[in-house]
Ligand binder design. Structure first.
Ligand code: CDT
Length: 330
């Protein structure tokens, strides 16, 4: 039985540091309107969609950075987005910087900061929340980098795991999961979702167009290759559709990669963005496609071998192997 939904990736062009939320939200509302006109049921926005990619800017005192975060969702500034979601009957993935006043791991109530995404139902209700687990970059100002990447300063590691929920999208019940940017490069993230029979992985990203630490081995064109490679492999190996959505273009002199993409459970690209601007790409996704991989080559219950995977959940860094000696077989 076919289970068809229409998925839209709503890529955002650059957002300058001086640009206000009202301007950005108006751009996002315009993309929702276009998504509705093109028959979309679900729309995916980028990571940290309301602001410039602020982890490139250093601030000494984090409280000075509060203007880049959301303490409530919706707020008066973001309400027009929620109104449009309701008006057009869309399900929506939204990435934003979150301030939460909640107890830490020691039970102490404090102001906490996360790189967060939510799924918003057509009613405006938030149905699922995820906080980014794989935070790249560094915590302190780096004197050797031309551009800072201070995610480890601005955010705590996400504490919600990798949740998946089954929720209606355009009249079809769909197993929905989320990742954020760097998470897409880690097979562990995808497998956590795959083990919950995810059918649509939504992820937003802000990927600098140049790797600051390329050491002569990573050309700019390989940034797109690595992004797509990761998303295509994640989709194929977990029998799911995936939507990767960029914030793209030149923000205050610093370039972010585009190439938003929609991928099917065969790992094939269904749609690819071609600009560094606000751009909508759309694909019709038959969720019945997820069943093939899930019931054959990636039938986890039949083929996974937990007894051989001990290192994966017990060892963080890699360790060098024992040196081979002639006459020994390890
Ligand atoms: N936002 C984000 O996670 N960006 C990373 C690049 C990190 S380079 C220090 C990414 O994986 O695209």
């Amino acid at each position: 039985m076919n289970r068809l939904i229409t998925v839209a990736a709503a890529q955002l062009g650059p957002i300058q540091r001086a640009e206000g939320r009202d301007v950005v939200v108006a751009r996002m509302v315009r993309l929702l309107e276009r998504a509705h006109q093109r028959g979309a049921n679900v729309v995916v926005f980028p990571e940290l969609a309301f602001t410039t990619f602020f982890p490139r800017w250093y601030v000494e005192n984090l409280d000075e950075a509060d203007g880049w975060y959301e303490e409530t969702l919706p707020s008066p500034a973001t309400q027009p987005l929620f109104d449009a979601i309701r008006r057009y009957g869309l399900t929506c993935y939204l990435g934003y910087a979150e301030i939460a006043h909640e107890p830490d791991e020691n039970g102490v109530l404090r102001k906490r900061r996360f790189n967060t995404s939510v799924v918003i139902a057509p009613s405006g209700e938030i149905v699922l929340k995820y906080r980014k687990v794989h935070l790249p970059g560094h915590k302190e100002f780096s004197t050797i980098r031309k551009v800072q990447h201070l995610e480890k300063r601005y955010f705590e590691v996400g504490n919600l795991g990798f949740p998946v929920t089954r929720a209606p999208v355009g009249g079809v019940d769909v197993n929905l999961g989320m990742l954020i940017c760097n998470d897409r490069r880690w097979p562990e993230s995808w497998r956590e979702l795959g083990l919950q029979q995810v059918e649509l992985v939504m992820l937003g990203y802000n990927t600098p167009a140049v790797n600051q630490e390329n050491r002569g081995f990573e050309a700019p064109y390989q940034r797109q290759f690595h992004s797509q490679l990761s998303i295509q492999a994640g989709c194929y190996q977990n029998a799911t559709f995936g939507v990767g959505v960029a914030k793209a273009g030149n923000e205050d002199g610093f370039e972010l990669m585009g190439h938003s993409v929609i991928v099917n459970p065969q790992g094939e690209v269904m749609a690819l963005a071609s600009t560094w601007d606000d751009e909508l790409i759309v694909a019709d996704c038959n969720l019945a496609m997820c069943e093939l991989g899930r019931s054959t080559i990636f039938n986890f219950a039949q083929h996974r071998r937990l007894e051989a995977y001990q290192r994966i959940a017990t060892q963080t860094g890699s360790s060098a192997p024992a040196v081979w000696q002639p006459g020994q077989c390890a």
